[in-house]
Design a protein around this ligand. Structure first.
Ligand code: ZN
Length: 149
């Protein structure tokens, strides 16, 4: 019961005042709940999202997972992705556009009026299966810069 209250308070804190610290905490909770739900409804581990990442712009936040990035894609993001090669193709690092960072950024740019990629603050990327932190890949460093700089 106490645990539930704690989680509830955390969600409230996030609702009232999302910032990178509250969102980072929410990421850990999200990893846990993804694992719990998967166990309950018996989703195989390999069908869980490989990575999730949170982003904040102004007072809006978004948590998304890695999956194919589809149109519409915000122009500034698209320009940087196309610098790496065609979207959806593999440039030897990763499939271009498939990382969670792109999905999160695209949402904040399209629907929450973030104009520049630099205005979005990201959490670390997590693997819900293990709650491990995943290092930002070279494609994402190219687009979003090193994490935390
Ligand atoms: Zn990446």
């Amino acid at each position: 019961m106490k645990k539930h209250i704690r989680i509830y308070k955390q969600i409230l804190r996030l609702r009232c005042k999302p910032n990178i610290t509250t969102l980072e905490k929410e990421m850990i909770c999200r990893c846990k709940s993804i694992r719990n739900i998967a166990k309950k409804i018996k989703i195989p581990q390999h069908d869980l999202p490989a990575t999730i990442v949170g982003g904040i712009y102004n007072r809006s936040y978004k948590i998304d997972e890695c999956k194919d990035l589809i149109e519409p894609i915000a122009e500034p993001l698209k320009i940087r992705l196309l610098n790496l090669g065609s979207i959806g193709s593999d440039n030897g690092v990763n499939k271009i556009g498939r990382c969670a960072e792109n999905l999160t950024a695209n949402y904040l740019m399209l629907f929450k009026k973030a104009k520049k990629i630099e205005d979005i603050e990201f959490t670390k990327a997590y693997r819900p299966r293990t709650a491990r932190v995943i290092k930002r890949c070279d494609n994402c460093i190219n687009i979003f810069g090193e994490h935390g700089i």
